[in-house]
Design a binder for this molecule. Structure first.
Ligand code: NAD
Length: 334
């Protein structure tokens, strides 16, 4: 099948080509993001392969339908950027990669926690400048601290496993408790108890209407003063403007982000010789207790191999049977 692969980076090409050696789909690698303007690039393709910042709203989906696209194969687990109802009405199948390596994102979450706590990002720069002073680098023992996990699916449970290994007490909030988490000794609590009882709060729920700005001014007002907040799920789970106010008044002790609600014009691009037009993001960069990575939680060899293999599996199954292996239906959107 001819597949238009949007938002292609060199690593996408490398891993998708390796996964496609036997199946030999005709992969057309396109650097631009999918949008109304770039839809014409799909000409002749039966499927598009898209990533997290590609635009898949009703307008783009209507254009994809008129181009004869039958499958949207997402290279991601999250599908909050797809108008599933529009795809269903148009008869376009949407497939995703439900699980690739939850360890990749869980371990990146721990990297953010450890770095923010022990300030190794600042220590690295200091030591290279010949500055061996310790002022400003004071951390705390993780042992005995309470970690609150919001969303205990594949990634949340992997984080729980690691944090219990550090000797942390883990509490969680999830409308659907995970027995695997309970087996680790994790206690499920209401969201307000998680907010007020946690020294570290880490977000691993999907972005849905129910989780949009879950961490807003109200939630921040319930947090333990000086708690650490980590978001490696989706940017809009946190109200960034409220988080900035929380950093300024000390409610948030430190903030680690791998995702940002307006990341689509920034992340995955080299902006180092350009002016960042987003003043909210620029303000975040000024805080010494904020650590931002550009949506790299998934970026491991194992995860990229699994993403590419599952994506090719979805395309192959759709071409053969008219059904992808991991379809997403409109009823999952909420
Ligand atoms: P998952 O589906 O296995 O788990 C999600 C969990 O969130 C489920 O247990 C679900 O019940 C829970 N949940 C749903 N609504 C909730 C709510 N309102 N409050 C609390 N919990 C709620 O998904 P996963 O594989 O663990 O991934 C979690 C999220 O991580 C994805 O949706 C995606 O947005 C994000 N993600 C980020 C990266 C990255 O590179 N940073 C990579 C992959 C996934």
């Amino acid at each position: 099948m001819r597949v238009a692969v949007f938002s292609t980076k060199p690593h996408d090409r490398r891993f998708l080509e390796a996964a496609n050696t036997k199946t030999r789909h005709q992969l057309v690698f396109l650097e631009p993001q999918l949008s109304c303007e770039t839809v014409p690039l799909v000409e002749g393709a039966g499927a598009v392969c898209a990533f997290v910042n590609d635009r898949l709203d009703a307008e783009v989906i209507a254009q994809l339908t008129s181009q004869g696209i039958g499958l949207i194969a997402l290279r991601s687990a999250g599908f909050n950027h797809v108008n599933l109802a529009a795809a269903e009405t148009a008869g376009i199948t949407v497939a995703r990669v439900p699980a690739y390596s939850p360890h990749a994102i869980a371990e990146h979450t721990i990297a953010l926690i450890l770095t923010l706590n022990r300030k190794t990002h600042r220590a690295f720069n200091r030591v290279r400048e010949g500055n061996f002073a310790l002022e400003g680098l004071l951390g705390f023992d993780l042992d005995g601290k309470t970690v609150g996990i919001v969303g205990t699916g594949l990634i949340g449970v992997a984080v729980a496993r690691i944090m219990t290994g550090f000797g942390c007490r883990v509490i969680a909030y999830d409308p659907v408790p995970n027995p695997g988490c309970e087996a680790l000794g994790v206690r499920y609590v209401a969201i307000d108890e998680l907010l007020s009882g946690s020294d570290i709060i880490t977000l691993h729920c999907p972005l849905t209407p129910a989780t949009y700005h879950l961490i807003d001014a109200y939630a921040l007002g319930r947090m333990k003063r000086g708690a650490m907040l980590i978001n490696t799920s989706r940017g809009a789970v946190v109200d960034t403007r409220a988080a900035i106010r929380g950093l300024k008044d000390g409610t948030i002790g430190s903030l680690g982000l791998d995702v940002y609600e307006e990341e689509s014009g920034l992340f995955f691009e080299d902006m180092s010789d350009r002016i960042i037009p987003d003043d909210v993001f620029a303000r975040l960069l000024t805080f010494p207790n904020v650590l931002i990575t550009g949506h790299q939680g998934f970026f491991t060899e194992e995860a990229l191999t699994a993403i590419a293999e599952t994506t090719i599996g979805n395309i192959t199954a759709f071409e053969r049977d008219g059904r992808a292996l991991h379809e997403v239906g409109a009823r999952r959107a909420g």
